[in-house]
Design a protein around this ligand. Structure first.
Ligand SMILES: *Cc1c(COP(=O)(O)O)cnc(C)c1O
Length: 342
Protein backbone atom coordinates (compact mmCIF):
# COMPACT_ATOMS: atom_id res chain seq x y z
CA UNK A 1 0.00 0.00 0.00
CA UNK A 2 1.18 3.55 -0.72
CA UNK A 3 2.32 5.39 2.38
CA UNK A 4 3.76 8.67 3.61
CA UNK A 5 6.71 8.93 5.94
CA UNK A 6 6.96 11.89 8.28
CA UNK A 7 10.38 12.70 9.67
CA UNK A 8 9.91 13.84 13.25
CA UNK A 9 13.58 14.86 13.47
CA UNK A 10 13.31 17.08 10.40
CA UNK A 11 10.15 18.78 11.63
CA UNK A 12 11.77 19.47 15.01
CA UNK A 13 14.87 20.72 13.21
CA UNK A 14 12.80 23.24 11.23
CA UNK A 15 10.78 24.29 14.28
CA UNK A 16 14.02 24.85 16.18
CA UNK A 17 15.38 27.10 13.43
CA UNK A 18 12.13 29.07 13.15
CA UNK A 19 11.58 29.48 16.87
CA UNK A 20 15.14 30.73 17.30
CA UNK A 21 14.56 33.24 14.53
CA UNK A 22 11.27 34.32 16.14
CA UNK A 23 12.88 34.71 19.56
CA UNK A 24 11.46 31.69 21.39
CA UNK A 25 9.02 28.80 21.09
CA UNK A 26 6.25 30.95 22.57
CA UNK A 27 6.75 33.37 19.67
CA UNK A 28 5.99 30.80 16.97
CA UNK A 29 2.50 29.84 15.85
CA UNK A 30 2.58 26.70 13.72
CA UNK A 31 0.34 26.75 10.67
CA UNK A 32 -1.42 23.38 10.44
CA UNK A 33 -4.18 24.32 8.02
CA UNK A 34 -5.34 21.91 5.33
CA UNK A 35 -4.31 18.78 7.13
CA UNK A 36 -0.95 20.35 8.01
CA UNK A 37 -0.21 21.03 4.34
CA UNK A 38 -1.11 17.41 3.63
CA UNK A 39 1.31 16.01 6.20
CA UNK A 40 -1.40 14.89 8.65
CA UNK A 41 -2.99 17.27 11.14
CA UNK A 42 -2.96 15.19 14.32
CA UNK A 43 0.52 13.84 13.69
CA UNK A 44 2.10 17.24 13.15
CA UNK A 45 0.11 18.87 15.96
CA UNK A 46 1.34 16.25 18.43
CA UNK A 47 4.97 16.70 17.42
CA UNK A 48 4.68 20.50 17.62
CA UNK A 49 3.00 20.30 21.03
CA UNK A 50 5.69 17.90 22.31
CA UNK A 51 8.23 20.54 21.23
CA UNK A 52 6.31 23.00 23.46
CA UNK A 53 4.74 25.09 20.74
CA UNK A 54 1.71 26.73 22.34
CA UNK A 55 -0.19 28.15 19.37
CA UNK A 56 -1.43 26.72 16.09
CA UNK A 57 -3.59 27.92 13.28
CA UNK A 58 -5.87 25.88 11.06
CA UNK A 59 -8.36 26.28 8.24
CA UNK A 60 -11.73 25.64 9.88
CA UNK A 61 -13.53 24.70 13.08
CA UNK A 62 -13.45 20.98 12.28
CA UNK A 63 -9.65 21.12 12.13
CA UNK A 64 -9.51 23.21 15.30
CA UNK A 65 -11.59 20.67 17.22
CA UNK A 66 -9.23 17.89 16.20
CA UNK A 67 -6.23 19.50 17.88
CA UNK A 68 -7.42 22.15 20.34
CA UNK A 69 -6.60 20.10 23.44
CA UNK A 70 -2.93 20.11 22.42
CA UNK A 71 -2.43 23.91 22.39
CA UNK A 72 -3.12 26.99 24.47
CA UNK A 73 -4.74 28.61 21.48
CA UNK A 74 -5.88 27.55 18.01
CA UNK A 75 -6.70 30.26 15.48
CA UNK A 76 -9.15 29.44 12.69
CA UNK A 77 -8.25 31.33 9.52
CA UNK A 78 -10.95 30.56 7.02
CA UNK A 79 -14.39 30.24 8.45
CA UNK A 80 -17.77 31.87 8.20
CA UNK A 81 -19.06 32.91 11.61
CA UNK A 82 -19.81 29.69 13.54
CA UNK A 83 -23.46 29.31 14.60
CA UNK A 84 -22.55 27.66 17.89
CA UNK A 85 -20.08 28.74 20.49
CA UNK A 86 -16.68 27.08 20.25
CA UNK A 87 -14.18 25.89 22.86
CA UNK A 88 -12.58 28.74 24.81
CA UNK A 89 -9.13 28.28 23.34
CA UNK A 90 -10.35 28.46 19.74
CA UNK A 91 -10.17 31.94 18.19
CA UNK A 92 -11.81 33.02 14.98
CA UNK A 93 -9.96 35.05 12.36
CA UNK A 94 -12.18 37.94 11.24
CA UNK A 95 -11.94 38.71 7.54
CA UNK A 96 -14.64 41.37 7.18
CA UNK A 97 -16.91 43.69 9.16
CA UNK A 98 -19.85 41.57 8.13
CA UNK A 99 -18.18 38.49 9.56
CA UNK A 100 -17.53 40.36 12.81
CA UNK A 101 -21.16 41.45 13.08
CA UNK A 102 -22.35 37.86 12.81
CA UNK A 103 -20.06 36.37 15.39
CA UNK A 104 -21.66 35.16 18.64
CA UNK A 105 -21.06 37.32 21.74
CA UNK A 106 -18.05 36.40 23.90
CA UNK A 107 -16.25 34.63 21.03
CA UNK A 108 -12.47 35.12 20.88
CA UNK A 109 -11.40 36.84 17.67
CA UNK A 110 -8.33 37.98 15.78
CA UNK A 111 -8.96 41.00 13.55
CA UNK A 112 -7.33 40.74 10.18
CA UNK A 113 -6.31 44.08 8.73
CA UNK A 114 -5.83 44.67 5.00
CA UNK A 115 -2.39 46.17 4.51
CA UNK A 116 -2.25 45.75 0.75
CA UNK A 117 -2.86 42.13 -0.21
CA UNK A 118 -6.59 42.84 -0.68
CA UNK A 119 -7.54 39.20 -0.15
CA UNK A 120 -9.48 39.92 3.02
CA UNK A 121 -9.30 41.95 6.22
CA UNK A 122 -10.48 45.35 7.41
CA UNK A 123 -9.62 48.70 5.89
CA UNK A 124 -8.48 51.54 8.12
CA UNK A 125 -11.88 53.25 7.76
CA UNK A 126 -13.49 50.18 9.35
CA UNK A 127 -11.35 50.03 12.49
CA UNK A 128 -13.66 52.21 14.62
CA UNK A 129 -16.78 50.25 13.73
CA UNK A 130 -14.96 46.97 14.34
CA UNK A 131 -13.93 48.03 17.84
CA UNK A 132 -17.47 49.25 18.56
CA UNK A 133 -18.87 45.83 17.61
CA UNK A 134 -16.23 44.11 19.75
CA UNK A 135 -17.24 46.17 22.80
CA UNK A 136 -20.97 45.95 22.16
CA UNK A 137 -20.94 42.14 21.75
CA UNK A 138 -18.31 41.50 24.45
CA UNK A 139 -16.03 39.79 21.96
CA UNK A 140 -12.60 38.90 23.24
CA UNK A 141 -9.94 40.51 21.05
CA UNK A 142 -7.08 38.02 21.11
CA UNK A 143 -5.04 39.21 18.15
CA UNK A 144 -4.59 41.65 15.28
CA UNK A 145 -2.90 40.32 12.17
CA UNK A 146 -2.16 40.78 8.49
CA UNK A 147 -0.61 38.81 5.63
CA UNK A 148 2.08 39.91 3.15
CA UNK A 149 1.69 39.39 -0.56
CA UNK A 150 5.27 39.59 -1.83
CA UNK A 151 7.71 38.10 0.66
CA UNK A 152 9.08 35.64 -1.89
CA UNK A 153 9.73 38.23 -4.56
CA UNK A 154 12.65 40.53 -5.20
CA UNK A 155 11.52 44.13 -5.29
CA UNK A 156 10.25 46.92 -3.08
CA UNK A 157 6.71 45.60 -2.49
CA UNK A 158 7.45 43.81 0.77
CA UNK A 159 9.10 46.92 2.20
CA UNK A 160 6.17 49.06 1.13
CA UNK A 161 3.67 46.67 2.71
CA UNK A 162 5.69 46.40 5.92
CA UNK A 163 5.55 50.20 6.27
CA UNK A 164 1.82 50.09 5.64
CA UNK A 165 1.45 47.39 8.30
CA UNK A 166 3.49 49.34 10.87
CA UNK A 167 1.39 52.45 10.26
CA UNK A 168 -1.95 50.61 10.45
CA UNK A 169 -0.88 48.53 13.47
CA UNK A 170 0.03 51.74 15.31
CA UNK A 171 -3.30 53.29 14.39
CA UNK A 172 -5.12 50.16 15.63
CA UNK A 173 -3.12 50.17 18.89
CA UNK A 174 -4.14 53.74 19.62
CA UNK A 175 -7.79 52.97 18.98
CA UNK A 176 -7.65 49.85 21.18
CA UNK A 177 -6.10 51.88 24.00
CA UNK A 178 -8.82 54.48 23.66
CA UNK A 179 -11.49 51.77 23.99
CA UNK A 180 -9.95 50.35 27.17
CA UNK A 181 -9.71 46.87 25.65
CA UNK A 182 -6.69 44.81 26.81
CA UNK A 183 -3.94 45.10 24.18
CA UNK A 184 -3.85 41.87 22.13
CA UNK A 185 -0.78 40.38 20.43
CA UNK A 186 0.01 41.55 16.89
CA UNK A 187 1.31 39.16 14.22
CA UNK A 188 2.11 39.51 10.53
CA UNK A 189 4.97 37.27 9.37
CA UNK A 190 4.55 33.99 7.53
CA UNK A 191 7.60 31.78 6.88
CA UNK A 192 9.16 33.96 4.22
CA UNK A 193 8.69 37.20 6.14
CA UNK A 194 10.18 35.69 9.31
CA UNK A 195 13.18 34.29 7.44
CA UNK A 196 13.78 37.65 5.75
CA UNK A 197 13.66 39.53 9.04
CA UNK A 198 16.91 41.22 9.89
CA UNK A 199 17.29 41.59 13.64
CA UNK A 200 14.51 41.01 16.13
CA UNK A 201 10.91 40.31 15.34
CA UNK A 202 8.89 43.36 16.44
CA UNK A 203 5.63 41.45 16.46
CA UNK A 204 4.49 39.25 19.33
CA UNK A 205 4.78 36.12 17.21
CA UNK A 206 5.09 34.75 13.66
CA UNK A 207 2.84 32.26 11.84
CA UNK A 208 4.89 29.71 9.94
CA UNK A 209 3.72 26.97 7.63
CA UNK A 210 5.82 26.04 4.62
CA UNK A 211 9.25 26.49 6.22
CA UNK A 212 8.28 24.20 9.08
CA UNK A 213 7.67 21.49 6.48
CA UNK A 214 11.12 22.13 5.00
CA UNK A 215 10.56 24.48 2.08
CA UNK A 216 10.80 28.08 1.00
CA UNK A 217 9.95 29.71 -2.28
CA UNK A 218 12.03 32.79 -1.67
CA UNK A 219 14.42 34.14 -4.22
CA UNK A 220 17.86 32.63 -3.40
CA UNK A 221 19.36 36.11 -3.12
CA UNK A 222 17.59 36.43 0.27
CA UNK A 223 19.72 33.64 1.66
CA UNK A 224 19.89 29.89 1.88
CA UNK A 225 18.20 28.33 4.88
CA UNK A 226 18.97 25.03 6.49
CA UNK A 227 15.47 23.56 6.22
CA UNK A 228 14.78 19.84 5.87
CA UNK A 229 11.78 18.40 4.03
CA UNK A 230 9.58 16.43 6.41
CA UNK A 231 7.42 14.31 4.10
CA UNK A 232 8.23 11.53 1.70
CA UNK A 233 5.77 9.70 -0.52
CA UNK A 234 6.16 5.99 -1.21
CA UNK A 235 4.42 3.66 -3.63
CA UNK A 236 4.24 -0.11 -3.58
CA UNK A 237 4.42 -2.26 -6.70
CA UNK A 238 1.09 -3.66 -7.92
CA UNK A 239 2.59 -5.60 -10.83
CA UNK A 240 5.46 -5.43 -13.28
CA UNK A 241 6.12 -6.74 -16.77
CA UNK A 242 8.91 -7.04 -19.26
CA UNK A 243 8.26 -4.93 -22.34
CA UNK A 244 10.02 -4.65 -25.68
CA UNK A 245 11.10 -1.72 -27.82
CA UNK A 246 8.01 -0.20 -29.46
CA UNK A 247 5.49 -1.35 -26.81
CA UNK A 248 3.24 1.46 -25.63
CA UNK A 249 1.94 1.77 -22.10
CA UNK A 250 -1.07 3.20 -20.33
CA UNK A 251 -3.91 5.45 -21.51
CA UNK A 252 -3.41 6.79 -24.99
CA UNK A 253 -0.19 4.78 -25.27
CA UNK A 254 1.70 8.05 -25.00
CA UNK A 255 4.92 6.43 -23.81
CA UNK A 256 6.73 4.12 -26.18
CA UNK A 257 9.32 1.78 -24.71
CA UNK A 258 12.79 2.58 -26.11
CA UNK A 259 14.58 -0.65 -25.25
CA UNK A 260 13.59 -3.87 -23.47
CA UNK A 261 12.85 -3.05 -19.83
CA UNK A 262 10.74 -3.92 -16.82
CA UNK A 263 7.90 -1.49 -16.15
CA UNK A 264 6.22 -1.49 -12.75
CA UNK A 265 2.80 -0.12 -11.84
CA UNK A 266 2.87 1.56 -8.41
CA UNK A 267 -0.17 2.30 -6.28
CA UNK A 268 -0.14 6.12 -6.23
CA UNK A 269 -2.40 7.93 -8.68
CA UNK A 270 -4.23 11.22 -8.98
CA UNK A 271 -6.99 9.68 -6.86
CA UNK A 272 -4.45 9.74 -4.03
CA UNK A 273 -3.78 13.41 -4.67
CA UNK A 274 -0.50 12.95 -6.55
CA UNK A 275 -0.89 15.42 -9.45
CA UNK A 276 -1.77 13.77 -12.74
CA UNK A 277 0.95 13.59 -15.34
CA UNK A 278 -0.20 13.72 -18.98
CA UNK A 279 2.83 11.64 -19.90
CA UNK A 280 4.37 14.29 -22.12
CA UNK A 281 6.98 15.09 -19.52
CA UNK A 282 8.98 12.37 -17.84
CA UNK A 283 9.20 12.74 -14.07
CA UNK A 284 11.81 11.20 -11.83
CA UNK A 285 11.52 9.43 -8.51
CA UNK A 286 13.87 10.11 -5.63
CA UNK A 287 16.49 7.59 -6.82
CA UNK A 288 16.20 8.69 -10.43
CA UNK A 289 13.77 6.01 -11.68
CA UNK A 290 11.62 7.40 -14.49
CA UNK A 291 7.86 7.89 -14.15
CA UNK A 292 6.48 7.43 -17.66
CA UNK A 293 3.13 7.49 -19.46
CA UNK A 294 -0.12 9.04 -18.31
CA UNK A 295 -1.00 8.70 -14.64
CA UNK A 296 -4.03 6.59 -13.84
CA UNK A 297 -6.43 7.34 -11.00
CA UNK A 298 -4.79 4.80 -8.72
CA UNK A 299 -1.40 4.10 -10.25
CA UNK A 300 1.62 5.36 -12.12
CA UNK A 301 4.16 3.57 -14.30
CA UNK A 302 7.80 3.55 -13.29
CA UNK A 303 10.73 1.99 -15.08
CA UNK A 304 11.56 -0.11 -12.05
CA UNK A 305 11.02 -3.49 -10.51
CA UNK A 306 11.48 -2.43 -6.86
CA UNK A 307 8.85 -3.59 -4.38
CA UNK A 308 8.62 -0.11 -2.81
CA UNK A 309 9.68 3.12 -4.37
CA UNK A 310 10.23 6.57 -2.90
CA UNK A 311 8.43 8.88 -5.30
CA UNK A 312 9.77 12.00 -3.65
CA UNK A 313 11.32 13.11 -0.38
CA UNK A 314 11.64 16.71 -1.52
CA UNK A 315 8.65 18.25 -3.26
CA UNK A 316 10.65 20.95 -5.05
CA UNK A 317 11.61 18.88 -8.09
CA UNK A 318 8.10 17.52 -8.59
CA UNK A 319 6.62 21.00 -8.05
CA UNK A 320 8.81 22.56 -10.71
CA UNK A 321 8.02 19.75 -13.15
CA UNK A 322 4.32 20.48 -12.68
CA UNK A 323 4.93 24.21 -12.80
CA UNK A 324 3.51 24.68 -9.32
CA UNK A 325 4.69 25.16 -5.73
CA UNK A 326 5.58 22.68 -2.99
CA UNK A 327 2.51 23.83 -1.03
CA UNK A 328 0.26 22.28 -3.68
CA UNK A 329 2.19 19.03 -4.05
CA UNK A 330 1.97 18.11 -0.36
CA UNK A 331 -1.42 19.67 0.42
CA UNK A 332 -3.18 17.64 -2.26
CA UNK A 333 -2.03 14.28 -0.87
CA UNK A 334 -5.05 12.34 0.31
CA UNK A 335 -5.59 12.14 4.07
CA UNK A 336 -6.42 8.45 3.48
CA UNK A 337 -2.82 7.53 2.63
CA UNK A 338 -1.40 5.95 5.80
CA UNK A 339 1.23 8.10 7.52
CA UNK A 340 4.11 6.70 9.51
CA UNK A 341 6.46 8.68 11.70
CA UNK A 342 10.13 7.86 11.39
C1 LIG B 1 -1.11 29.94 5.05
C2 LIG B 1 -0.94 31.14 5.86
C3 LIG B 1 0.24 31.35 6.58
C4 LIG B 1 1.47 30.47 6.44
O1 LIG B 1 2.19 30.83 5.30
P1 LIG B 1 3.57 30.08 4.93
O2 LIG B 1 4.04 30.80 3.73
O3 LIG B 1 3.21 28.67 4.66
O4 LIG B 1 4.45 30.21 6.12
C5 LIG B 1 0.30 32.43 7.44
N1 LIG B 1 -0.74 33.28 7.56
C6 LIG B 1 -1.89 33.13 6.85
C7 LIG B 1 -2.98 34.11 7.03
C8 LIG B 1 -2.03 32.06 5.98
O5 LIG B 1 -3.15 31.92 5.28
Amino acid sequence: MAFIQISRANYIHNLTLLSQKAGGKERLMVVLKDNAYGHGLRIMAKIAASFEIKKACVKNIAEALEICELFEEVLVLVTHPPKQSVAKNISIGINSLEGLQNILPHTAVHLKIDTGMHRNGLFEEEFDTALEIICKNSLRLRGVFTHFRSVDEVGSEYFWQTQEYLRLAQCMREKILACNIPMPPFHSCNSGALLRKVGELEDDYARCGIASYGYTHMHPSFGVYDLKPVLSLWGEKLSSRMLQKGDKIGYGGVYEVQKPCVIGAYDVGYGDGFLRSDGLKILTCKEGELIVGRSSMDSIFVISDKEKICIFDNAHAIASQFNTITYEITTKLSPLIPREII
